[in-house]
Every structure is written in structure tokens, then in C-alpha cells.
Design a protein around this ligand. Structure first.
Ligand code: C2O
Ligand code: CU
Length: 479
């Protein structure tokens, strides 16, 4: 059972609310603003990276500013940002600022929202992020290969009042399929895989390298911004001996809560911010285990405590709740209601179903389609002239029911908006979770709500990139 996090309160009770006692466990706020200069020019180019660490071969990758992951873009909430992207690849690219509610023309979808950035050209992205939180950026052109070869980075929009912790850490997790020589395996867009789980790799990196351990200090309170930058790998992270508290999902603050069974479920493209009080023993190591796939559990890293005595006797008393972002509250009573049904794939009455949909309006390269939404398969990364599946008047409240008729998991991402997750399989979803990427288990039905307040044509697609490429994509229009 998940519980509302209440330890600080009960501890306060135990201590008889003795303010002077509590002083010993107070935290000093971290500086609210980055002091380092903001990196505002981003160059996509081939380079080499040592993903597996010292003593292992380098890998040919494609990277932003020659680092894996790309530079963390730190922005300030409500302050205009200008980011120049230069393309030094030998193919077109774009950058999508995943999860940020920005003007349509800055959304980075080739054909639909901007012309692709040609080799040796640049494009200037300008927007003012309304929401603080953890976001990320990645290409939206030849996405399978460009993301699969390393093009990804985090965006941190800083809170005006951050939650008080000793360290604020980012773990950008990525999944690679490497050969025994350490090169990225060929075979992007394998059709069989595309109709199944997608390209799940064999090497998971944390901030660009395989991680043996991450330093920890007993008594510390850390904030961990988890980003799943994988093409296809779903993760379920357990922190041995620790109790993470989720404070934000997809950048949006939620009611602080412990995840069900202590497992942090992180679909591709999702972000989860957790706060952990490091209550382990000095000198010990604790594994961070991903056991999402049955029988294929592995550890992502270990929390390695140094030998120092705990820096405080008790977890700090500071509250964990983040300030909410200015998200417009949908009016559920008079919302428009629509359904989007996810169809196709192997073993789900799928391929036959998609075949049967050919007459029902296949778009794009029909032969590559393995998936569909409401009987339509839009394939690729985005292109001009995509016909919207639904059109909303600006300002309307919308309740969408997403139905997964397939036998596979799908992290469904909607551009330009955040969606309040209302229910899953008829059970209300607690903790007020706003998401831009909703992970759907096989056969799940999830109800989400939002105000269609951002004009433009917005993509909605599965973030298992093989699924997106093979038809699990559509467009919603706000007029
Ligand atoms: Cu992060 Cu259209 O995607
Ligand atoms: Cu999918």
C-alpha cells in the first residue's frame, strides 16, 4: 500500500515539537538558481563516448555538445529562454523539448511544427517555460536512430522555491544495445521488434556511463531526478534498504507519496523526482535494482555510503511538498469526452486487426504499420499534412479515455499539455498526478483530463520509439 508521507510529522510528535532539538536536523536551502553559465548553444554531432567506463572500448555515438548525455539545460520558470541548435549530423534533425508547455512552433516536430534542421544549419528555439520541474530534450527526426545513438539531455526548470535537500541529483538513465566490440548494434527499425516490445538494449547507463556506485552519506536527504531516456526499456526501480518518496511526476509536483511496493515505475520518456533520506549504515552499499522484466532483474547502480558518521541523527523536518505549477484545472462536469484506442502488435489480436484497418484510413507507409490509434496508423517522426484525429476549441476541458487493446506496454505522450490522470481501470488515481507521458499496461484503460489551451497541432504517440515509427501516433488539434 502506498501511504501519504508523514514521517516528519510523527517525528515532530515524538520529539514533543521541541524547536531547538529540531534545529540540529534542519537543512540549509540549496541556491535556488544555477550559478554556472547556461549552455544555450547545442550542437548535434557524432563523437565517441566511453559508456562502459575505464578499461572498456569507446563507442561511436551521436551527442549534443559531444557529451553523453547532452548538457543539462537549466532554465528559470517564467523567464524567456533562447537555445540555438546546430546540426552537425549528416541527416536532418530537430529538437523536441519533452513535457514543456511551449508554443507549437517551438515543439520540434518535423513537417508538423517546423521544417527539419538540415545538416550544418541551425534553428533557434525560443520559449518561456511556465512550469518548474524535470524535463528532457531529444530529436524528433529519425528518432529511433538519433535517440538510440545518444542524442538526449535533461532540462531542469528551476523552482522559485525548491524543496530543501542536501543534494539535488539528476540520473538520466539510458539503454543501449551494444555489440561485444562496444559499438552500437545495427538493425534499428527491426519489424518484428517493432510489433513487440521495441528495441530494448543490453546496457543501461546512468548519466552516460555504466555506474558501479554513486556516493552517499549517512543522514543525507537527496532529491533524485530520474529520467528514463530509453528507446523502449520500461524500468521499475527499487532502492534496497531505502524508502523513496515521489514528489513530482513528469516535472509536475504531486502529493508526496511512497510508490506502491517501493517500486518506482518509469516508462520511456517519463521523469520521476524522488526524495530519499539516506538512513543506511556508513560504509555499506545498497543496490538500486530494476526488476521490471520478469527474470531479467539487474542493478543500475549502488548507493555507496562513505565511512563518515551520519550527518544528522534524524531525517530532517523540512516538508517535501513542491509548489504546484500554474496548470489550468479542467472542469470535469462539462468536459468533452473522447476515446483513443491503442491497437495492433503481436499476440493481441493485433496484426489482423491492423490489416483490417487498412480500409479505415491508413496514413503514411502502410507496410511499416504494426500499430494504430482509433484505426489509423501514422508512421514516422512527424510530417506535414497529418490529419488530426480530434479537434478541440481552445479553452475546452477534455476528458480522454485511453484504452490499450494490445498485449504490450505503451508510454503515451501528448505534446504541449500536461494531463491530470483521473483513473486507471476505473480506480481513481490518487496524489494528483499530472503527466505528459502515461504508462499503459496491457489492457489498461486510463482516463486523463486537461484543458486544450495551447493552440496548434499536437502529436500524441507512444514513446516506445519503434511503436511510434510503426503507427502508434496521432495528432490532436487545438483551434
Ligand atoms: Cu519525447 Cu514526440 O516525444
Ligand atoms: Cu507503444
Amino acid at each position: 500500500m502506498s501511504i501519504e508521507f508523514s514521517c516528519p510529522m510523527s517525528r515532530r510528535g515524538l520529539l514533543g515539537a521541541g524547536a531547538s532539538l529540531l534545529l540540529t536536523t534542519t537543512l540549509r536551502p540549496l541556491p535556488a538558481r544555477a550559478t554556472a553559465p547556461v549552455d544555450r548553444r547545442i550542437v548535434a554531432a557524432p563523437t565517441r563516448a566511453r559508456l562502459a567506463g575505464e578499461g572498456h572500448p569507446e563507442t561511436d555515438v551521436w551527442a549534443y555538445n559531444r557529451t553523453i548525455p547532452g548538457p543539462t539545460v537549466r532554465l528559470r520558470q517564467g523567464e524567456p529562454a533562447r537555445i540555438i541548435v546546430e546540426n552537425q549530423l549528416e541527416q536532418d534533425t530537430t529538437v523536441h523539448w519533452h513535457g514543456i508547455r511551449l508554443p507549437n512552433a517551438m515543439d520540434g516536430v518535423p513537417g508538423l511544427t517546423q521544417p527539419p534542421i538540415k545538416p550544418s544549419e541551425t534553428f533557434t528555439y525560443e520559449f518561456t517555460p511556465p512550469d518548474a520541474g524535470t524535463f528532457w530534450y531529444h530529436p524528433h527526426a529519425n528518432s529511433l536512430e538519433q535517440l538510440g545513438r545518444g542524442l538526449a539531455g535533461a532540462v531542469i526548470v528551476e523552482e522559485r522555491e525548491p524543496v530543501t535537500v542536501d543534494r539535488d541529483l539528476l540520473w538520466l538513465l539510458a539503454d543501449w544495445r551494444l555489440t561485444s566490440e562496444g559499438e552500437i548494434a545495427a538493425g534499428f527499425g527491426n519489424r518484428m521488434e517493432a510489433a513487440m516490445s521495441g528495441r530494448v538494449g543490453n546496457t543501461v547507463t546512468l548519466n552516460g556511463r555504466v555506474s558501479e556506485q554513486e556516493p552517499a552519506r549517512a543522514g543525507e536527504r537527496i532529491r533524485l531526478r530520474l529520467v528514463n531516456g530509453s528507446l523502449a526499456r520500461v524500468m521499475a526501480l527499487r532502492f534496497e534498504g531505502h524508502r523513496p518518496v515521489i514528489v513530482a511526476v513528469d516535472g509536475q509536483p504531486c502529493d508526496p507519496h511512497e510508490p506502491k511496493g517501493g517500486r518506482v515505475l518509469l516508462g520511456p520518456a517519463m521523469r520521476i523526482d524522488i526524495v530519499i533520506d539516506l538512513q543506511g549504515e556508513p560504509g555499506r552499499r545498497y543496490r538500486v535494482i530494476d526488476d521490471f522484466y520478469d527474470g531479467l532483474s539487474y542493478w543500475v547502480t549502488q548507493l555507496a555510503y562513505d565511512e563518515k558518521a551520519p550527518m544528522r541523527a534524524h531525517p530532517p523536518d523540512a516538508p517535501l511538498r513542491l509548489l504546484r505549477n500554474p496548470l489550468p484545472e479542467p472542469a470535469l462536469a462539462d468536459a468533452e469526452r473522447h476515446e483513443l484506442t491503442l491497437q495492433g502488435g503481436m499476440m493481441g489480436g493485433g496484426m489482423a486487426g491492423v490489416g483490417g484497418m487498412m480500409g479505415g484510413g491508413m496514413i503514411g507507409m502502410g507496410s511499416r504499420a504494426a500499430w494504430a490509434i482509433n484505426g489509423m496508423s501514422m508512421t514516422g517522426d512527424g510530417h506535414a499534412g497529418m490529419k488530426p484525429a480530434l479537434t478541440f476549441q481552445r479553452g475546452r476541458s477534455v476528458v480522454l479515455t485511453l484504452r490499450n487493446q494490445t498485449a504490450w506496454w505503451h508510454p503515451m505522450h501528448f505534446h504541449g499539455h500536461s494531463m491530470l490522470v483521473l483513473s486507471r481501470n476505473d480506480a481513481p488515481v490518487p496524489y494528483r498526478q499530472w503527466q505528459d507521458t502515461v504508462l499503459m499496461a496491457p489492457k489498461d484503460a486510463v482516463e486523463v483530463a486537461f484543458i486544450a489551451d495551447n493552440p496548434g497541432d499536437w502529436m500524441l504517440h507512444c514513446h516506445v520509439i519503434d511503436h511510434q515509427m510503426a503507427g502508434m501516433m496521432t495528432v490532436l488539434r487545438v483551434t
